[in-house]
Design a protein around this ligand. Structure first.
Ligand code: LIP
Length: 280
């Protein structure tokens, strides 16, 4: 079995590179933008094309494997993680960045078996950075090993987060209140790349000490979760409890103590889960 997953991972890296070239090329052209759940939840033809390209290629090579893909779920497919080998795909993480030409755009491919993540590939294609990790085998960027920061002082930390795409005033108040409390700890600063996958890879690299967000989806974080943990980081729920990939909440940190300290300042809320049955 071990070799089979290595095969799958090699295929994921090759696909991410091919997809990245498609995305970079599309950045040169005019992009046709469509809305999904709201005017700030965007999709383009490139998202759909890249997801199809990845899924078709995986189906040809691994016909029994299953998929959770951002645009397939948007088109009505179920978002269910079973014990079967499952590819969890975000064809463009950072679609808003892509639409505006803001240079953090990633192809994110995670892979789980028996509901356990086996490998993650995140290709930040404008920067040409290929982040990879396989369970138990370390995390890498363009082949160089990654290690989270050894910062133990929250007051000397830098924290990544995003405003997210849930924009009702009550939710925005909670998001801003959490950021305010974290800024007032005080931490050195707050940053955000505009993509969950890249923010998490920044935790793995050690250039930020933690990242949290409420409102993300399983395809935004599955691949990068392996990269963070293989770089020595920790993953948890924003309350400090156990991470639940379908809960749409994530906190990644360089250490449990930094993560738990941040979790104490976050005003948690619970978006509709990724695996919730569709409304009747
Ligand atoms: C995005 C996430 C980002 C979040 C956005 C959106 P997408 O994913 O990576 O962290 O703030 O609202 O969910 O839609 O670009 O794949």
């Amino acid at each position: 079995m071990a070799d089979l997953w290595q095969n799958a991972m090699d295929h994921a890296v090759a696909l991410a590179r091919t997809a990245g070239a498609v995305v970079r090329e599309a950045l040169q052209d005019e992009r046709k933008v469509m809305m999904k759940s709201s005017s700030v939840d965007l999709v383009t033809q490139t998202d759909q094309k890249v997801e199809q390209l990845i899924i078709q290629s995986v189906k040809d090579k691994f016909p029994t494997h299953r998929f959770i893909g951002e645009e397939s779920v948007a088109a009505g497919e179920a978002c269910v993680l079973t014990d079967s080998p499952t590819w969890i795909i975000d064809p463009i993480d950072g679609t808003t960045n892509f639409v505006h030409g803001y240079p953090f755009v990633a192809i994110s491919i995670g892979f789980a078996v028996n509901k356990q993540l086996e490998f993650g590939v995140v290709y930040s294609c404008v920067e040409d950075k290929m982040f990879t990790a396989r369970r138990g085998k370390g995390a890498f960027c363009n082949g160089r090993p990654l290690q989270v920061s050894d910062q133990k002082e929250i007051s000397q930390s830098i924290v990544a987060t995003e405003f997210g795409s849930i924009r009702d005033p009550e939710t925005v108040d909670k998001v801003l209140s959490s950021m305010r409390k974290i800024l007032c700890i005080p931490v050195h600063g707050i940053r955000g790349a505009g993509t969950a996958a890249v923010n998490m890879c920044h935790v793995a690299c050690g250039c930020v000490d933690a990242y949290y967000e409420i409102g993300i989806h399983v395809w935004d974080v599955a691949a990068a979760a392996v990269i963070v943990s293989e770089a020595g980081g920790v993953l948890m729920d924003v309350t400090g409890g156990q991470l639940d990939l379908m809960s749409r909440r994530v906190l990644a940190a360089s250490s449990r103590s930094i993560g738990e300290r941040i979790s104490r300042e976050i005003e948690a809320f619970a978006p509709v889960r990724d695996d919730a049955p569709p409304p009747q």
